[in-house]
Write a protein of this length. Structure first.
Ligand code: ADP
Length: 396
């Protein structure tokens, strides 16, 4: 079975082609284009590259194209992309303005180009859909809840990969298998063995922390939109609900301008006044820049706040996992997040931590009760696997 995973940006198209023949999981091809101005041509060129590389002979050989879509109104999980789902995505364009519109355009172009190939979406909200209601609700009037003002959570493909892989690393193939079947069975919490408790820290351009019990999310730091939780690269993260009306009145700016400043000029960029990239901020902090240091401190404190919340909620943890650009590459930030937690049984191996960059490794000290891992995430593989399961498990 050959599944193409297409990653669509407003001016980029990236893809990975997986082959699941003979029970394997093989990456057959990967590629992409930046600064795309003619999207139909980019899709055409993608097909041509796949053929030139002999990854496919004909596009109808593709069993499906999978998309890591972000959010849709009243739709989540792994679903076939039809008119209804596309409309539901359009209904929430405002919640994911950088992602939903280009995805909708790109998906429609794929539908025209490969009309016989099923197009399947795995929504980033999917992994959190079975979390307890109490962790998904805001304390707003019921009418607000009814129109969808509730926590959805994101980075679902990444946290799901961590749920599966961490269970394997902890020797719990039962939980890993259960986690893999999450969207088929609806939840993964009913297992026979001891509960498996993992805290997944996806720390990247955007960041979220998720509590995972027996392979399923019990709650996550991002909310109704990806504009909440930890400070993001240039987005604010958590903010008091009164702050926006106060800023609008005080500065005499529009809601749209306030939104722009909170989504483009805030987060690590706003705090540091330097950059939205942790590399540049950390360099400046090392040279004594106080704002840069503060930016990293606020980020670290927020990560610890969310990790602490799930540590309590899960009654401890078997593992804390770091993933994504910062989590995989920044030993200094991992060290700051894990500092002074010995009393909770969380102890980093300082030397091991320093040596680990973008590889899978355990970085906890031998006497740490909680294992600490770096696990490079593989979101495209999760989309491909779920697309495959979707095709196999349902009569679609
Ligand atoms: P995105 O969420 O946009 O996919 P990433 O997961 O790549 O982004 O995370 C981007 C962040 O990770 C940046 O702050 C960057 O400084 C950091 N980062 C990414 N790659 C590296 C690297 N190789 N070395 C150090 N930091 C990195």
């Amino acid at each position: 079975m050959k599944i193409l995973v297409a990653n669509i940006g407003s001016t980029s198209l990236k893809w990975r082609l997986f082959d699941f023949a003979n029970g394997g999981e093989r990456l057959l091809h990967k590629g992409g284009f930046e600064r795309v101005t003619d999207y139909p041509k980019a899709i055409e060129d993608c097909m041509m590259e796949l053929k030139n590389a002999k990854a496919i002979q004909d596009e109808n050989e593709l069993n499906a194209v999978g998309f890591k879509t972000v959010i849709a109104k009243n739709v989540t999980g792994c679903v076939r992309l039809d008119e209804r789902v596309l409309q539901a995505m359009a209904d929430y364009n405002g919640l994911a303005p950088a992602h939903n519109p280009p995805y909708i355009t790109g998906i429609k172009l794929f539908a025209q180009r490969v009309p016989k190939v099923p197009l399947i979406a795995l929504f980033e909200t999917a992994f959190h859909q079975f979390a307890p209601e109490a962790s998904l609700r805001y304390a707003v009037p019921e009418s607000w809840n009814q129109i969808g003002i509730r926590r959805f959570g994101f980075h679902g493909a990444s946290h799901k990969f961590i749920a599966e892989r961490s269970a394997e690393l902890l020797g719990r193939s039962d939980v890993a298998e259960r986690a893999k079947q999450l969207y088929v069975h609806g939840h993964a919490t009913k297992i026979s063995g001891a509960p498996l408790r993992v805290i997944s820290c996806h720390l990247g351009g955007s960041s979220s922390v998720t509590g995972i019990l027996n392979g399923a999310s019990i709650g996550t730091s991002m909310g109704m939109s990806p504009q909440s939780g930890l400070p993001q690269n240039n987005r604010v993260g958590d903010l008091d609900a009164e702050a926006i009306p106060y800023a609008v009145k005080t500065f005499g700016i529009s809601i749209e301008e306030a939104q722009r400043q909170l989504t483009k000029e805030s987060g690590l960029k706003g705090l540091s006044g330097i950059s939205n990239d942790v590399r540049e901020i950390a360099d400046a902090a090392a040279k004594g820049d106080a704002k840069a240091k503060l930016a990293i401190d606020v980020y670290t404190a927020s990560a610890r706040h969310w990790i602490g919340g799930y540590f309590l909620e899960l009654n401890g943890a078997d593992a804390i996992v770091f993933t994504a650009g910062i989590g995989e590459n920044r030993a200094d930030i991992r060290e700051a997040i894990c500092a002074n937690l010995e009393n909770l049984g969380i102890k980093l191996d300082a030397e091991k931590n320093k040596s680990v960059r973008a590889i899978e490794a355990e970085i906890s000290a031998p006497d740490s009760r909680v294992k600490i891992f770096v696990i490079p995430t593989n979101e495209e593989l999760v989309v491909a696997r779920e697309t495959k399961r979707f095709l196999e498990n349902r009569n679609n």
